[in-house]
Design a protein around this ligand. Structure first.
Ligand SMILES: C[S@@+](CC[C@H](N)C(=O)[O-])C[C@H]1O[C@@H](n2cnc3c(N)ncnc32)[C@H](O)[C@@H]1O
Length: 248
């Protein structure tokens, strides 16, 4: 009898331990505060923890409103939208602000998630976003999202097959972001590279799907007028390509 009770106690203790571990892992993945996924690359609490990215701290009401919409989209609209991750979005914002971009061209709007990250930067640089989408359903969601984030006035959403619609882009481009059909990246590059200003960037998402864009990867790594670095390789992968300025 004593032996049987001992076994029952051991089994109960083991089960409690496993359940505790599951709760801990789930809480840390979702962000411990109210089951929300972490905003950005880090935990939802603010302040740097060694080895982790802190959540963005809004510096103005405009930024606060935009980040709130991004959080909401992440929680409630993500399914089927193929959005960049929050970490990738933050990188897009950081690069856009760092180069002082006045004109970002995006291929593949979806519901506007990455576009709104760009707009977070463009609000401070005084720039604008031109974004291309082929799917009317996703485009109409994007229009709503741009409105509620308060950035609709700096966005032009172009409907149609971007392989055709990009032919109408005439203005210089500071940042070109490729995030639509992967085998089409090289065609977009050939059509738009002449418009990217020297010192501008071409960002390509999902470079971990390398086999679908081999010609693109060859182009950006062999052209002496370009310099490319692959970042976030453990995730979707982003190729960050600089269109070099002429040496003086
Ligand atoms: C990966 S999703 C874009 C996600 C978006 N950049 C974000 O992070 O929120 C790719 C989008 O490209 C669109 N797309 C695919 N082929 C296209 C084409 N030829 N022209 C325009 N848009 C295209 C798809 O409809 C889809 O919405």
């Amino acid at each position: 009898m004593l032996k049987k009770n001992l076994w029952i106690s051991v089994a109960v203790a083991l089960m409690a331990g496993v359940a505790g571990l599951v709760v801990l892992v789930t809480a840390s993945r979702l962000g411990a505060e109210g089951g929300r996924p972490p905003r950005g690359a880090g935990p939802s609490r603010q302040g740097a923890v060694q080895g982790e990215d802190p959540a963005p701290v809004p510096g103005s009401e405009v930024e606060k409103k935009i980040l709130a919409v991004l959080d909401d989209m992440l929680l409630n609209q993500r399914r089927g939208m193929m959005n960049v991750s929050p970490e990738d979005g933050r990188l897009l914002r950081l690069l856009t602000e760092a180069v002082g971009a006045k004109h970002v061209v995006e291929i593949g709007t979806s519901n506007g998630y990455s576009g709104i990250w760009f707009c977070l930067a463009l609000r401070t640089t005084g720039g604008k976003l031109t974004t291309h989408e082929i799917d009317e359903g996703r485009a109409s969601l994007a229009r709503e999202n741009f409105k509620r984030a308060g950035v609709a006035d700096i966005v032009t959403l172009v409907m149609g097959d971007a392989h055709e619609t990009v032919k109408n882009v005439k203005e210089p481009i500071d940042i070109l972001f490729l995030d639509a059909d992967k085998p089409g990246y090289n065609d977009y590059l050939n059509k738009l590279l002449p418009l990217v200003r020297p010192g501008g960037l071409i960002l390509a998402h999902n470079t971990s799907m390398g086999r679908q864009m081999e010609d693109y990867l060859t182009a950006i790594t062999t052209n002496p007028k370009l310099d490319t670095l692959f970042v976030y390789k453990e995730g979707a992968g982003i190729a960050v390509t600089l269109k070099k300025r002429e040496s003086k």
